[in-house]
Design a protein around this ligand. Structure first.
Ligand SMILES: NC(=O)C1=CN([C@@H]2O[C@H](COP(=O)(O)OP(=O)(O)OC[C@H]3O[C@@H](n4cnc5c(N)ncnc54)[C@H](OP(=O)(O)O)[C@@H]3O)[C@@H](O)[C@H]2O)C=CC1
Ligand SMILES: O=C(O)[C@@H]1CCC=N1
Length: 265
């Protein structure tokens, strides 16, 4: 038996396995990863020294925890192929938006232990943020066990299921819009004559450092903004242009659109 089977070795599947191994939470011999693409399986086997397979059913049958890390459109087919081999004590973890506990439950046998998770790509560098919620068949101890694994590659918060779509908006999808901000600031510096690489370094470090400062001090974003904006200084000039252009309103609308899409999936 393996402790963990991850179905789908793409961006998230690989990030999750890498994080758990890096944190030393599981041995390489306790993990199996599958993919539809044999080349990808070979690559991840070699890179992480773990077992790989193209046989989802066999891998799921012999694992205590099964994480579904494929795009939502492949869920139906994969669940159909593994539903009969999932043991009553197996914990199934889904990371797709739109796959509700109710929808997932219909795919598995009565009593199945199902957890919904919403991680994000910074998991690749152990700085992920994951929201978790489980169905009533998952015990407290089992939830703690899954939390600990996801803690291996970042922070974890348990949330009620109705918050999962909001988590997609603020966390799962947000690296995409944070990157737009980083890219735009770098573009501005390039426009001023800075070389591209240096512009990315300044921009990335400013975003990372600001987030770290807030996380480590407990300061609110408005407090840090006020601290940076000297009276009659440079920062308030930038803030006032962003307000004029509807920066915050645009971000709120963007997150709302993301949450809405997640609800529709
Ligand atoms: N990327 C992100 O930022 C986040 C993604 N998610 C969710 O995580 C899930 C995975 O996303 P992501 O990792 O980005 O997707 P990827 O496409 O990078 O990875 C999925 C992998 O699964 C493979 N696959 C497809 N069908 C099967 C199958 N039948 N059996 C086994 N493997 C299969 C894909 O192969 P092929 O490429 O050949 O189709 C691919 O290698 C999605 O549901 C997504 O919504 C959640 C949070 C963040
Ligand atoms: O864009 C998506 O659908 C996925 C879900 C969260 C991040 N990426």
């Amino acid at each position: 038996m393996k402790e963990l089977c991850v179905i789908g070795s793409g961006n998230m599947g690989k990030a999750i396995v890498k994080g758990i191994l890096k944190a030393g939470l599981l041995e390489t011999s306790q993990v199996i990863v599958t993919d539809i693409n044999e080349e990808k399986v070979k690559r991840i086997e070699k890179e992480l020294s773990i077992s790989g397979s193209c046989d989802n059913q066999k891998a799921a049958a012999e694992s205590h925890i099964v994480i579904l890390a494929v795009k939502p459109q492949f869920y139906k087919g994969i669940i159909k192929s593994i539903q009969n081999v999932i043991k009553p004590e197996t914990i199934i973890v889904s990371i797709a938006p739109g796959e509700t506990l109710e929808k997932l439950k219909r795919g598995f046998k009565e009593g199945a232990k199902i957890i919904r998770a919403m991680p994000n790509t910074p998991a690749m560098v152990l700085e992920g943020m994951t929201a978790l919620c489980g169905n009533s068949n998952v015990t407290k101890i089992e939830m703690e066990h899954i939390k600990k694994l996801f803690n291996g590659f970042g922070r974890v918060e348990e949330v009620p299921e109705y918050m999962m779509n909001s988590v997609v908006g603020i966390s799962g999808s947000s690296p995409a819009y944070v990157c737009l901000l980083i890219e735009a600031m770098a573009d501005a510096a390039v426009k001023e004559g800075m070389n591209r690489q240096q512009a990315y370094t300044f921009s990335e470090q400013a975003v990372m450092g600001s987030a770290k400062l807030l996380l480590e001090t407990g300061m609110s974003p408005s407090e840090l903004k006020d601290m940076v904006c000297s009276p009659g200084g440079t920062s308030i000039e930038a803030v006032s242009v962003l307000e004029e252009k509807g920066f915050r309103g645009s971000v709120i609308k963007a997150v709302e659109a993301c949450v809405k899409k997640s609800m529709e999936l």
